[in-house]
Design a protein around this ligand. Structure first.
Ligand SMILES: CC(C)(COP(=O)(O)OP(=O)(O)OC[C@H]1O[C@@H](n2cnc3c(N)ncnc32)[C@H](O)[C@@H]1OP(=O)(O)O)[C@@H](O)C(=O)NCCC(=O)NCCS
Length: 135
């Protein structure tokens, strides 16, 4: 599996399985979107930036349905971790009912660090992972 920074030419392929609102052009233009490829086909994407109280935060993670449970989601999160290896702590979030993501985060040793209500019907759970924290 290859993981690389996304370019504008990827947008059509990403749109085929993007489940999030809008499209990912803004993240691509900002250099914040990474894609996973298998035999040249885009099978997943992940975006992050440093704008969560100045900490790295994954906003979008998505894998094509037919390619799930083959390690792409974990590989994209490991790429995030690698790119942030000098940071103190990294963050992401997911809905309280999203079992696949909750299990993925547990496997990668993320810890729950808060819950936000009132964004949507279900609670949003915030997760973090200490990389170089002395706390
Ligand atoms: C969450 C998501 C990104 C996981 O991607 P994936 O490529 O299927 O995940 P992986 O194959 O890397 O799974 C890694 C581990 O996560 C856990 N896991 C992932 N999906 C799971 C599922 N459906 N059931 C149980 N465990 C699951 C397992 O521990 C798995 O390890 P294992 O296969 O060795 O048991 C994918 O389900 C997805 O795109 N969902 C829709 C979008 C979404 O919810 N994004 C996250 C919130 S922004």
């Amino acid at each position: 599996m290859e993981i690389r920074l996304s370019t504008k030419e990827d947008l059509t392929a990403i749109d085929e399985f993007d489940i999030f609102l809008g499209n990912r052009m803004t993240e691509i233009e900002r250099g914040e979107l990474w894609v996973a490829l298998e035999e040249g086909k885009i099978i997943g994407f992940m975006s992050f930036n440093d704008q969560f109280y100045a900490h790295p935060f994954v906003h979008f993670l998505n894998v094509r349905k037919e390619y799930r449970r083959r390690g792409a989601g974990a590989a994209l999160m490991m790429k995030f971790e690698e790119l942030c290896k000098d940071k103190e702590r990294i963050f992401t979030s997911t809905e309280s009912y999203n079992l696949p993501m909750l299990l993925l985060l547990d496997k990668l040793d993320y810890k729950c660090c808060g819950v936000v209500d009132k964004i949507q019907k279900e609670s949003e759970i915030i997760f973090c992972k200490d990389l170089n924290s002395e706390d």
